[in-house]
Design a protein around this ligand. Structure first.
Ligand code: UT7
Length: 325
């Protein structure tokens, strides 16, 4: 019997502090940094984002999202035999945020590790979990994207600090006799390291370089639009399906203009695109599972729907996962 993997539960969590563009513009003005709700909405589609309290770390957000996903799947934490956390804002240099999450969940003993692919992290993590389940290395996986990007934002740099937010999303992925995950397609091109990075390194008790996010927004924008179309088409080809089979496109939530452009290239109406960037901003590896859970709980996305998940980000990394919910 062919072994597949299937999502059986979704969950998400946003820290309670919601910061609108107007709130942020006021806070930045006090630092002499000028921005406006009009600019942010027009260039990105973002209206608000959530920021975690200073003592809250990625594993705290991941814990809430994971518990919601486990509840939706009707499972206990102890049923899980694999935890993968996609994050670029880990609690510590090591151990992995997945190990810290595992202990908070009380799922001690199962395999647990982090995946680092920045905003593509969730599609990478889901692909790895799918492969492990298909290979018989796991039966019930928790796949999480969790970020506290507010920690790496330079609030004197208006070209980046208005774009990102904090949050977590999670799915339970279980072995199944029916698919499930239909196909995936992952890529990276390390020659673009410099266009989106946090060029810091811990050494001798200090941070060498900087621990703030740096981005060449226009370079990222141009690359993102092209590779998202390629990844979607490659994934459809692997599954022997076409754009017409996609019920919902759930792209990385970075900029509404990137999503509109991807939808247009795939000849999909924006009615078929799940959009949460307006309320969450860019939550990096958390953005896709956050959007998925919002769409499931909001009744947009239903069991049996065919979903195209797509991520793109630092590395440069990109990829897509096509699945039947
Ligand atoms: O998650 C990983 C993926 N990341 C992304 O996908 C991000 C991709 N890039 C983008 O989304 C866009 O490039 C941005 C939203 C970052 C920028 O939008 P843009 O349309 O490319 O704007 P721009 O960089 O060309 O800047 C236009 C103007 C500049 O002023 P001048 O030179 O025309 O006078 C900027 O200084 O907007 C100015 N500007 C701002 N003004 C008000 C830049 N940031 C701000 C701001 N508020 N926050």
């Amino acid at each position: 019997m062919t072994r597949y993997s299937r999502i059986t539960g979704t969950g998400s969590y946003l820290p309670p502090r919601r910061v609108t563009n107007a709130d942020l513009a006021t806070e930045l003005a006090a630092r002499g940094v000028e921005t406006s709700d009009e600019w942010i909405v027009e260039r990105t589609g973002i209206r608000a984002r959530h920021f975690a309290a200073a003592d809250v770390v990625s594993s705290d957000l991941a814990l809430q999202a994971s518990q919601n996903a486990l509840q939706a799947a009707g499972l206990q934490a102890t049923d899980i035999d694999l935890i993968i956390v996609a994050t670029s804002t880990p609690d510590m240099v090591f151990p992995s945020t997945a190990c810290i999450l595992q202990n908070k969940l009380g799922a001690n003993g199962c395999a647990a590790f982090d995946v680092q692919a920045v905003c593509s992290g969730f599609v990478y993590a889901l692909t790895v979990a799918d492969a492990m389940i298909k290979a018989g290395a796991a039966n019930k996986a928790l796949v999480v994207g969790s970020e506290v990007f507010s920690r790496i934002l330079d609030f004197s740099d208006r070209t980046t600090c208005v774009l990102f937010g904090d949050g977590a999303g999670a799915v339970v992925l279980e072995a199944s006799a029916t698919p499930g995950i239909l196909a995936s397609d992952l890529h990276a091109d390390g020659k673009h390291v410099d266009i989106l990075c946090v060029p810091g390194n811990v050494s001798g008790g200090d941070v060498l370089g900087t621990a703030f996010l740096k981005m060449d927004g226009q370079a990222v924008f141009k690359l993102a639009v092209g590779v998202l179309e390629q990844a979607a088409r490659a994934t459809l080809a692997k599954a022997e399906l076409t754009e017409a089979n996609i019920d919902w496109l759930i792209p990385h939530q970075a900029n509404i203009r990137i999503m509109q452009s991807t939808a247009k290239r795939l000849k999909l109406s924006m009615d078929k695109v799940v959009v949460t960037v307006d309320q969450h901003g860019n939550t990096s590896a958390a953005s896709i599972p956050l959007a998925l859970d919002a769409a499931v709980r909001g009744g947009q996305v239903k069991k049996g729907d065919t979903l195209m998940l797509e991520g793109v980000g630092g590395g440069f990394t990109w990829g897509a996962v096509l699945l039947k919910l």
